[in-house]
Design a binder for this molecule. Structure first.
Ligand code: NAD
Length: 351
């Protein structure tokens, strides 16, 4: 793997993705930006650096704080430090901090410089690259946002050592999902053959896993940087099934568990609807099971209506119909509606 690569996004803007071996190396890199830098942390990511830079704001953690108030705090703090348009905003944290800092940077004086330092696995393989920025609003997720790619995305997998298992597995669900979105089976085989090292977060495997996973995401977003051609939506493989489960369960299960469960249902639907090869289905389900995801879970028939209502709220609708991401083969995704009977047969307990 290379320790640096570029992603080309909307309007030819590029992001440099840079891998740093250690938190010390990361600090040296950040120091080289000079003094005109403003940092955004949350209370957990703020513990990663040996000391907190003077010009910074520390927000409370969690999706519940991905809101207008936090956005105002970021912008207000930047102003209080005398930041100008040439100030570099550094979003240092998980996907919530990356999304909010990027939104703030895109708005601040019509666009400040932006670096993202993702510190969760999910933000390394997903949220920090691709230019989407957002806050939640009025109960709706990511309702306010812009496209504003970071100039630099700096990845240091050493940051993952303090991450909870729940959050780590959240990111792993997305990595496994990426392995089905490429015709090249290298990522799939890497995940299959290095399971123990990956689960125990060994240094030797993390950089390569994050790099290979990002390659899949980048290949899709570069073809559709503004999400106008339908290609970028393939990254939602498993999400329609998974989000509905999360919503039905009142968000008591983690996003990663729900995505992994949803990917299993999407593979099964692909097998039944469009002849996804049985061997691909089996090896996919085996990988998800080997990583400890409870893909055998099915909802009780009494919960079906609330589950199906949640499916109906999915954003990926066209002509009033929810479109699911399905696969005709690994790396060959497409969007298609599924009828109610098919969805029910995939998600409800048989007896
Ligand atoms: N922009 C995009 O393209 C994109 C893509 C996917 C997801 N997202 C967004 O990302 C968000 C989810 O990201 P997330 O899963 O990283 O959530 P998060 O930012 O809430 O982080 C999860 C938890 O981990 C903590 N944390 C962060 N780094 C840590 C570390 N190194 N050690 C210990 N704890 C740490 C955080 O404080 C938080 O409590 C959602 O808001 C989602 O909408 C955006």
């Amino acid at each position: 793997m290379e320790d640096k690569f570029k992603v080309t996004l909307a309007g030819g803007e590029t992001s440099s993705v840079i891998f740093k071996k250690s938190i010390d190396d990361l600090c040296s890199y950040l120091k080289a930006y000079g003094e005109n830098v403003f940092y955004v942390f949350d209370e957990n990511s703020a513990r990663i650096l040996p000391s907190i830079p003077e010009k910074s704001v520390i927000l409370e953690s969690g999706e519940i704080n991905k809101n207008m108030e936090s956005l105002e705090r970021i912008i207000g703090s930047a102003l209080s430090f005398g930041s100008a348009r040439d100030t570099r905003f550094v979003g240092f944290g998980g996907g919530v901090i990356c999304d909010m800092t990027a939104l703030a940077a895109s708005l601040y004086m019509r666009g400040a410089k932006l670096t993202l330092v993702p510190t969760t696995l999910l933000s390394m393989v997903d949220a920090s690259v691709g230019g989407k920025t957002a806050i939640d609003y009025s109960g709706g997720k990511n309702l306010i946002g812009t496209f504003y790619p970071a100039e630099d995305v700096i990845i240091t997998t050493e940051c993952l050592s303090s991450l909870s298992d729940r959050e780590y597995r959240c990111g792993l669900g997305e990595v496994i999902k990426h392995s089905f979105l490429t015709e090249d089976d290298a990522l799939f085989l890497f995940l299959r053959d290095n399971r123990e090292s990956i689960l125990s977060r060994c240094d030797e495997v993390l950089d390569e896993m994050v790099y290979s996973s990002l390659m899949v995401k980048c290949s899709l977003i570069e073809q559709d940087p503004l999400e106008k051609r339908g290609i970028r939506s393939f990254l939602n493989l498993g999400h329609t099934f998974g989000h509905a489960l999360e919503s039905m369960k009142g968000y008591s299960i983690s996003h990663g568990e729900a995505v992994a469960w949803g990917v299993a249902r999407a593979l099964e639907a692909s097998y039944e609807e469009n002849g996804l090869d049985e061997s691909v289905l089996k090896r996919g389900l085996t990988l998800l099971t080997d990583y400890g995801y409870d893909i055998g879970y099915r909802i009780a028939s009494s919960s079906w209506e609330s589950y199906y209502r949640a499916i109906g709220k999915d954003k990926k609708k066209s002509g009033g119909k929810v479109k699911f991401v399905l696969l005709s083969a690994p790396g060959r995704p497409y969007l298609a509606p599924l009828d109610e009977h098919t969805v029910r047969s995939l998600v409800v307990q048989k007896y």
